[in-house]
Design a protein around this ligand. Structure first.
Ligand SMILES: Nc1ncnc2c1ncn2[C@@H]1O[C@H](COP(=O)(O)OP(=O)(O)OP(=O)(O)O)[C@@H](O)[C@H]1O
Length: 677
């Protein structure tokens, strides 16, 4: 049953033992690139369904088909020594997640990071990949090709997450094309970019699904789990990283899809990449694809070395893997906490880790690490630099904005029903409202209230529903935003600006349509000047409302919290709009609120457009003995509402200022939120 050990025949062990002498990265890569056709059949053997050359290198006839005959990736050697990871808890205490862990991953190797749930695999891998969550403290040395890891890891390494996140409405080709624009060197020609995308789609069997949406609208074909994983893999391969981290890539896949994906990872290693992979209890066939195994338990190393050596090590401790057991399952069983007897389990795990720390395998590993450090120390700067993609030029700021805007516009275009329903709904409300005011907007005493009412309807419709509808937009995108920020694809302000630009067409069309219908049905002032500027103010109102809603969603992070704070705020806005209370009579301690009320500014501006210069408001017939108060001019109407007739452009300036302030506050809140993660 112990079929996981391709080293059982001795071929692998000879490589293991020679690995200390064979420290040249180039050798690893060269071996990996020996043309398959040059190896005769007597120089190969088959184990676990995988062909191996006499050099014990898996012979993927399909390597070139799988991953193409691209140029050899930059060799990446990652060494980590005495790495300890703590996380800061809320009350300031530190919790240790990874404890004094060392290891090495060389070019052309596929390393499995295994252990029971909660062992610290993901924590260690994010530390090695320099993609730690905020609040993580990493101690120890992590060195890639002689340099302590840093932000350069974004361009030198790829990171496949356990749960892949995509903009679901995009097709495979759109996703990869946009990612190519965001990730690849800006000097890459459009043809080369296109070729790369096509090549990856073919190699990863995604070409047939290139026009399939990743996730979907009802009834539409979408990608399978395996295809999604392969797409995530393709996304990482766009920059052809020398180092690849994969967090549980087989989770959620059936055995055939898992085998397919792992074969791809193996092929990447054969090409010369360094691949580090966390994996949960792989089958023997899958385990056979790995060169090295690192077993973690309770944040410590329980074993590091080849799979066959792991069997020997556990046997030496008295843990004899039953013949019917998959060895990896057995290792995990030994290292997992047993419910009900956690104390005894912890003691047993500690004993395994302690024994490994003084084992020959640990000493060998330590020697290998020391040797690697020694070699790195003696490399000159030029050699070190040649191992990095220092000439990489990230896409320019405007390129990122254009492609992000394109991505978010596609979301709208992909589902035009949402847009159509929104427009129809808007028009229906506009007709309803317009019909209520039809024939009422006259220059009479009663008409004053009707005109002011119609103006307020235009303002309210462009404020409340849009402000609330935007509350879940950014929080829904936070997980993906965090991930793409960590991958160094763009910055928070670039994301925010792009997101808002993509919204903008809707923010112009919506208020224009609504105002157009209400204005003409209600029969508001029939000059082009008044109509045009009313539409302009309505557009401004909607944009300020969206900016305000976005700020609340960024500041409070979730829709329920944002609503809790927004409701009292919107009441304040409404009360101070000038329609419900005479602004000059408001108590001093509260009257300042009118200055942040865009409802007040817009109400004043639209009222001015309706009443400026009006001189002929009719009064009811008066009997000789009763003097009925009567408003005869537009200026008097404005005075009734405490609006200044000359305030129009001041109101516009205030609306623009509020628009900018809310967006600025939203960006600051979003930055704070994304930095905390
Ligand atoms: N932010 C955090 N605050 C507190 N504890 C944390 C935090 N992040 C991780 N942990 C704890 O650290 C331990 C290791 O977590 P990690 O995700 O690295 O485990 P894992 O081995 O990848 O587990 P799994 O296989 O289930 O994904 C777990 O016990 C987890 O609860």
């Amino acid at each position: 049953m112990h079929t996981l050990t391709k080293a059982d025949d001795g071929a692998s062990s000879s490589r293991e033992s020679s690995s200390l002498e064979d420290t040249s990265n180039a050798d690893c890569v060269d071996n990996a690139h020996e043309p398959i056709s040059n190896i005769s059949s007597e120089n190969m053997y088959i184990d676990s369904g995988i062909k191996y050359s006499k050099y014990d290198e898996p012979m993927f006839d399909e390597v070139e088909e799988l991953l193409g005959a691209s140029s050899a990736p930059r060799p990446c050697t990652l060494v980590w020594q005495d790495v300890t990871v703590h996380i800061k808890l809320k009350h300031g205490k530190l919790k240790r997640l990874v404890n004094n862990v060392s290891g090495i991953a060389k070019p052309g190797t596929l390393v499995a990071l295994m252990g029971p749930s909660g062992a610290g695999k993901t924590t260690l891998m994010t530390a090695l990949a320099h993609r730690n969550p905020v609040g993580t403290i990493v101690d120890g040395d992590i060195v890639m090709n002689g340099l302590p890891i840093g932000d350069f890891m974004h361009r030198e390494s790829g990171y496949m997450h356990q749960d892949e996140l995509f903009v679901e409405n995009l097709t495979v080709m759109e996703h990869l094309s946009i990612m190519a624009r965001l990730r690849m060197d800006r000097r890459t020609s459009p043809l080369a970019r296109k070729r790369k995308v096509n090549q990856l789609m073919r190699q990863l069997s995604l070409y047939g699904a290139r026009h399939t949406r990743i996730g979907g609208l009802d009834g539409q074909k979408t990608l399978s789990g395996g295809e999604r994983k392969r797409l995530a893999f393709a996304t990482e391969l766009l920059i052809d990283p020398g180092l690849l981290f994969c967090d549980e890539p087989t989770t959620g896949l059936d055995s055939s899809s898992a085998q397919k994906l792992m074969t791809l990872l193996r092929a990447s290693a054969v090409q010369g990449k360094t691949v580090i992979c966390t994996i949960h209890q792989p089958s023997s066939e899958l385990m056979a694809l790995f060169d090295n195994l690192v077993l973690l338990a309770e944040g410590r190393i329980a074993f590091a070395g080849s799979a066959s050596a792991a069997l020997n090590f556990f046997e030496s401790l008295g843990y004899q893997c039953p013949i019917t057991y998959n060895p990896t399952d057995y290792f995990i069983k030994v290292l997992a906490l047993t419910p009900g007897s956690e104390g005894a389990s912890r003691q047993a795990i500690k004993s395994v880790c302690d024994r490994f720390a003084v084992s020959d395998a640990a000493k060998e590993l330590d020697m290998e690490i020391q040797l690697e450090f020694h070699l790195m120390d003696h490399e000159d700067e030029e050699t070190k630099r040649s191992k990095f993609n220092i000439s990489y030029k990230p896409p320019l700021l405007h390129t990122k904005i254009i492609w992000l805007v394109y991505r978010y516009l596609l979301i709208v275009v992909r589902d035009p029903r949402v847009l159509l329903i929104r427009i129809l709904q808007k028009l229906a409300i506009a007709f309803m409202a317009g019909l209520c005011f039809m024939g009422k907007a006259n220059l009479t005493q009663a008409g004053i209230q009707d005109i002011q009412g119609a103006v307020f309807i235009i303002i309210a419709e462009n404020t409340f529903i849009p402000m609330y509808s935007v509350l879940n937009m950014l929080p829904d995108e936070f997980p993906m935003l965090h991930r793409e920020l960590k991958a160094g694809l763009y910055s928070t302000p670039i994301y925010y600006v792009s997101r808002m630009i993509a919204l903008f067409p809707g923010l112009v069309i919506d208020p224009t349509l609504f105002t157009l219908v209400v204005y003409w049905i209600a029969g508001l002032r029939g000059t082009l000047y008044a109509f045009g500027l009313t539409v302009f103010v309505a557009i401004l109102v909607l944009n300020v409302a969206i900016a305000c809603g976005t700020f609340f969603s960024c500041a409070f992070g979730s829709m329920p919290l944002a609503i809790a704070y927004l409701v009292p705020f919107d009441y304040t806005l409404m009360i101070t709009s000038g329609l419900f209370i005479k602004l000059s009579t408001m108590p001093k301690y509260i009257s300042w609120l009118r200055y942040i009320s865009w409802l007040m500014y817009s109400n004043e501006a639209m009222s001015i457009l309706q009443w400026d210069g009006v001189q002929n408001i009719t009064c009811p017939e008066m009997s000789d003995d009763v003097a009925i108060p009567c408003v005869r001019t537009g200026e008097e109407v404005l005075t009734v509402y405490d609006f200044g007739p000359n305030q129009f452009w001041t109101d516009i300036a205030a609306l623009v200022a509020l628009y900018l302030i809310f967006h600025l506050l939203a960006i600051l809140a979003l930055r704070y939120r994304t930095r905390r993660k």
